[in-house]
Design a protein around this ligand. Structure first.
Ligand code: AMP
Length: 286
């Protein structure tokens, strides 16, 4: 696997692959890799010929009080995992090369960022959309793989690729979970033993709502209340429990078209998100 720190090397490697007639798969991460990230790499390995990855803890998507400084960084271990999973290329750039002093362009995606995490993390999606657009610009035509755990992020990225006519096919990949049901996240390592037990109530609560939905409960207020009531009492700060249309992310009252039921909650000082898609819930509850 080739390892580079200069952004232009990503462009050169992807262009060279395409000149040889090879398709390009792209996986963007912030590192501290786990099986969720590696599932994206393996999927790309199966579907494309040249698998390019990035590790970049993007300062633009962290608020001033968020965990940028404590976000786990372990580049060597991550590079070995990417290599084992079949990646051909890794770019791990410095912030100064992604955002040179002259850089003045930000990308904003409207509407899709108005609820769920949007109001709770001002500037977050602009930071995500900006860095993803930069990486898309470098990579050029490719299939880009993103996790459904970050469902709102996935929809924002689909929208920006479509709206800016980028030659990118955005692919959503199902959430990978630990055996107990907790969605894998780089932030899980912040959790103490007791925190982890409380965190587990998040997928369990979503599972309870998915079961209620499968048994015919289609009123989203009822489903949202069921989730809140099923969360551990030690979770005292819940940013939202919300059922939204799976495409527009607008709140819905009744589950008719596919709906995503999403949660963001704080376990101690760690903010966790998770969701369940009610259209697919019967086939694969969390
Ligand atoms: P991050 O490093 O948290 O920015 O995540 C990089 C990519 O991995 C994003 O597309 C995430 O949605 C995806 N991802 C993170 N956790 C999981 C998971 N548990 N299952 C599947 N994909 C994930």
């Amino acid at each position: 696997m080739e390892f580079e720190t200069e952004p232009s090397r990503l462009a050169a490697a992807c262009t060279a692959a395409r000149v040889e007639g090879r398709s390009v798969g792209l996986i963007l991460t912030m590192g501290a890799l786990h099986e969720g990230h590696l599932s994206l790499v393996r999927r790309a390995r199966n579907e494309t010929d040249f698998v390019a990855t990035t590790i970049f803890v993007n300062p633009l998507q962290f608020g001033p009080k968020e965990d940028l400084s404590r976000y786990p960084r372990r580049l060597n271990e991550d590079a070995a995992l990417l290599h084992q999973a079949g990646a051909d290329f890794l770019l791990a750039p410095e912030a100064s090369s992604m955002y040179p002093a002259a850089s003045v362009t930000h990308v904003t995606v409207a509407q899709l960022t108005e609820n769920l995490c949007g109001p709770h993390r001002p500037g977050h999606f602009e930071g995500v959309a900006t860095v993803v657009t930069k990486f898309f610009g470098l990579a050029g035509a490719c299939k880009a793989y993103f996790g459904q755990k970050d469902y709102q992020q996935l929809k924002v990225i689909e929208a920006l690729a479509r709206d800016l006519f980028l030659p990118i096919e955005v692919v959503g990949v199902p959430t990978v979970r630990d055996a107990d049901g907790l969605a894998l996240s780089s932030r899980n390592q912040y959790l103490s033993h007791a925190d982890r037990a409380a965190a587990l109530s998040i997928p369990h609560a979503l599972q309870a709502a998915a079961r209620a939905w499968a048994h015919g409960e289609h009123n989203t207020s009822v489903l949202e209340r069921l989730v809140r009531q099923s969360l551990s009492p030690t979770i005292t700060r819940v940013d939202y429990v919300q059922a939204v249309d799976a495409q527009t992310l607008a709140p819905v009252d009744d589950v008719q078209a596919p709906v995503v039921l999403a949660v963001a909650a704080w376990v101690g000082s760690t903010r966790l998100i998770d969701n369940v898609q009610l259209a697919a819930a019967m086939a694969s509850p969390p």
